[in-house]
Design a protein around this ligand. Structure first.
Ligand code: FAD
Length: 332
């Protein structure tokens, strides 16, 4: 549904406000600068002055929920503005952010990184505890295997830190951050669908999905990706439920097959991509890269710039590896 012409001025006022405020943000730096604290409020509060017109309210609610995987009352406007700043102060880029893909799938990136690292990788060996003795670290898996090293780097999602016995004080910034947790719990599904318009891209508010878009065409069917703000709204593996959700946008749709993974129920994720709660960037941004003794921290949740994206994981990993390499050299 295109934006009705008579409502565009109201929507433009809201979008202009977002663009204007994003110019106060330096992408990838200084996000806990006190001058930005007034922006580290919920996105719902940030846009409230512009939501008198119900269509505009619905559009902006969808826009933030689609991008951050939660209701706009739960995510920080400052993070939204950071992304807009990262997109060269453009607001429309977010609408089709997942459109760019790896030619051989995301697994090809993971495999290339693993091959490049030359590391010994143990799968299905969850870490249960990390102890810092002062001159080395001891990492123990839930299966009881122990590993000793000079330093450790924890790259698990922040939402899982509380499940690992870590050598950090309960009142440290990192422990507090982990207790609060991040806000994203998006529903994301893939469905091979018939009877939908070609190149469908639709968004709206009020159903289990707030955004859907055609990604590919297989055997005459259209592969849609759908995103919603609440992964408990429907079972993304149930064709009947997914079909009903897609019919919000395409009433004739029939689902052949569908797939989704509940990342919030996954004990090694406990949520979706990085979505900061209001106030978290102000409280914790400077602490993201700070090690605790011999324990270092990395991951997209702690990225300076593209937190919430694969780019953020790579950026944070690269930064932390450089710091740790220097410490290994200094340490002899
Ligand atoms: C539904 C969804 C859609 C997304 N779409 C996009 C997108 O379109 N584009 C984009 O760039 N990004 C996207 N992202 C975000 C992207 O996946 C993340 O930013 C990225 O994977 C973060 O990488 P990471 O290495 O920091 O963390 P993760 O990829 O979460 O890796 C952390 C690893 O730690 C492991 N782990 C957890 N606990 C333990 C433990 N106790 N012991 C040992 N290992 C443990 C986990 O199993 C996991 O393998 C999406 C994320 C989700 C959930």
């Amino acid at each position: 549904q295109p934006v009705p012409r008579e409502l565009r001025p109201d929507l433009d006022k809201a979008l202009d406000h977002i663009i204007e405020q994003s110019r106060r943000v330096t992408f990838g730096a200084d996000l806990d600068n006190p001058d930005l604290h007034d922006l580290d409020i919920s996105f719902a509060e940030f846009i409230a002055p512009y939501t008198e017109q119900p269509f505009v309210a619905e559009y902006l609610t969808m826009w933030s929920a689609f991008a951050f995987g939660c209701h706009p009352s739960d995510n920080s406007a400052l993070q939204v503005l950071t992304w807009v700043a990262g997109y060269d102060n453009a607001v429309w880029t977010l609408d089709d952010a997942p459109a760019t893909k790896f030619a051989q799938g995301t697994a090809s990136l993971v495999e290339a990184l693993a091959a490049d690292s030359g590391a010994d990788i143990e799968l299905s060996a969850p870490v249960a505890s990390i102890a810092d003795t002062g001159d080395h670290v001891e990492v123990t898996t839930s299966g009881g295997d122990a590993h000793t090293a000079r330093f450790a780097l924890l790259a698990a999602p922040v939402n899982t830190w509380q499940d690992i016995d870590l050598p950090i004080d309960a009142d440290s910034l990192k422990a507090r951050f982990a207790r609060e947790g991040l806000a994203g719990h998006a529903l994301k599904l893939h469905a091979l669908v018939d009877n939908v318009p070609e190149f469908l891209m639709a968004s709206g508010w009020g159903g289990p999905l707030c955004w859907t878009s055609e990604q590919a065409n297989f055997d005459g069917g259209r592969l849609l990706v759908g995103i919603g703000e609440d992964d408990s709204a429907i079972d993304a593996t149930d064709p009947a439920q997914v079909q009903q959700a897609i019919r919000q946008f395409a009433p004739e749709a029939t689902v052949r097959i569908c797939h989704g993974h509940n990342w919030t129920a996954d004990p090694y994720a406990k949520g979706t991509w990085t979505t900061y709660r209001p106030g978290q960037l102000s409280r914790y941004y400077s602490d993201f890269a700070v090690p605790h003794g011999r324990l270092y921290f990395a991951g997209s949740d702690l990225a300076r710039g593209w937190a919430g994206f694969m780019d953020g994981a790579i950026e944070s990993g690269t930064d932390t590896a450089a710091v740790l390499s220097q410490r290994l050299r200094d340490d002899g």
